[in-house]
Design a binder for this molecule. Structure first.
Ligand SMILES: [Zn+2]
Length: 286
């Protein structure tokens, strides 16, 4: 499974009229790296179209970089007019061949759900001379790869712009999009390589399990008591967020560790990562 991710723009491009701190090029660069990391946790091989943010590259040649991949995905935020606007919806521009419609709609709906956009997700297919109107999609089509250009709502919308400026939001959205892509291709999250040597008895299952019989000795279950809790790659708040869990969900902890700040962390049996199991966040059940 191989996916080509394209950061939509280079340099400093498309400054938001709603918040001058926002540049579409900054967002798409940051987000494509987060999505790359999230997809790699599902065992996807990810290639990117640009080695650095500061170099331009022709549209079609970016698309052609997808040669040999199963999917080409170009990441953007949309704009309308020259001022601030109320328009707020995700849009997947799917290749005219029609081979990316289902995943495109899935991804647009994922963005709608995570960003809580005001209007509903939609897809379009835009035809130009010689196939796709969008150069990047035309490039991908020329090497036989289904392409999607995904607009993460509008940077001309104040709410959407503020949302996209928050790194925690982008991490959550990267996880959600990776999950959507994984579900579409039938992939499951792989055990974190870093966690393997420390936990030889752990079950390499991709799903949380409630079967006490198969739990390693010393494991216990917790109920999440805060509204959402970050699952991180290792024991400590300084490690990257992989996904979030929610209030009242129950998880089996198979290993605990003290973080450098003194907090106690627990490793999820699923292999998804570590959560802070302090009383503010979790209630120990068994
Ligand atoms: Zn763009």
């Amino acid at each position: 499974m191989k996916i080509c991710l394209d950061a939509g723009h280079y340099g400093k491009y498309n400054n938001s009229p709603a918040n001058r701190a926002y540049w579409e090029s900054d967002f798409s660069w940051k987000f494509h790296l987060l999505l790359k990391a999230a997809l790699e946790r599902y065992g996807v091989q990810v290639v990117t179209t640009r080695a650095t943010k500061d170099k331009d590259l022709g549209l079609a040649s970016r698309g052609r970089k997808a040669a040999g991949c199963d999917l080409f995905l170009s990441l953007h935020s949309n704009g309308i007019g020259s001022g601030v606007s109320a328009t707020d919806y995700p849009l997947a521009c799917c290749c005219v061949a029609g081979t990316a419609d289902v995943l495109g709609m899935d991804l647009a709906e994922t963005v709608q759900r995570v960003m809580q956009t005001d209007q509903r997700a939609r897809i379009i297919k835009k035809k130009g001379t010689g196939g796709d109107w969008y150069g990047v999609l035309r490039g991908a089509a020329s090497v036989g790869v289904p392409g999607i250009l995904l607009e993460h709502s509008f940077h001309t919308n104040r709410r959407a712009t503020e949302w996209l400026l928050n790194d925690g939001n982008l991490e959550r959205m990267a996880e959600a999009e990776a999950e959507t892509i994984a579900r579409y291709y039938g992939l499951t999250m792989q055990e974190a390589p870093a966690a393997k040597p420390a936990e030889p008895t752990a079950q390499p299952s991709s799903q949380p399990s409630a079967q006490p019989a198969s739990d390693p000795a010393g494991s216990f279950r917790v109920r999440i008591v805060c509204s959402t809790l970050n699952v991180r790659t290792s024991a400590g708040a300084q490690y990257p967020i992989r996904m979030t869990v929610s209030r009242n969900e129950i998880y089996t902890i198979v290993q605990t560790a003290k973080a450098s700040d003194g907090g106690t962390w627990g490793r999820l049996k699923s292999g998804a990562g570590w959560i802070n199991i302090g009383a503010k966040y979790c209630k120990r059940l068994t």
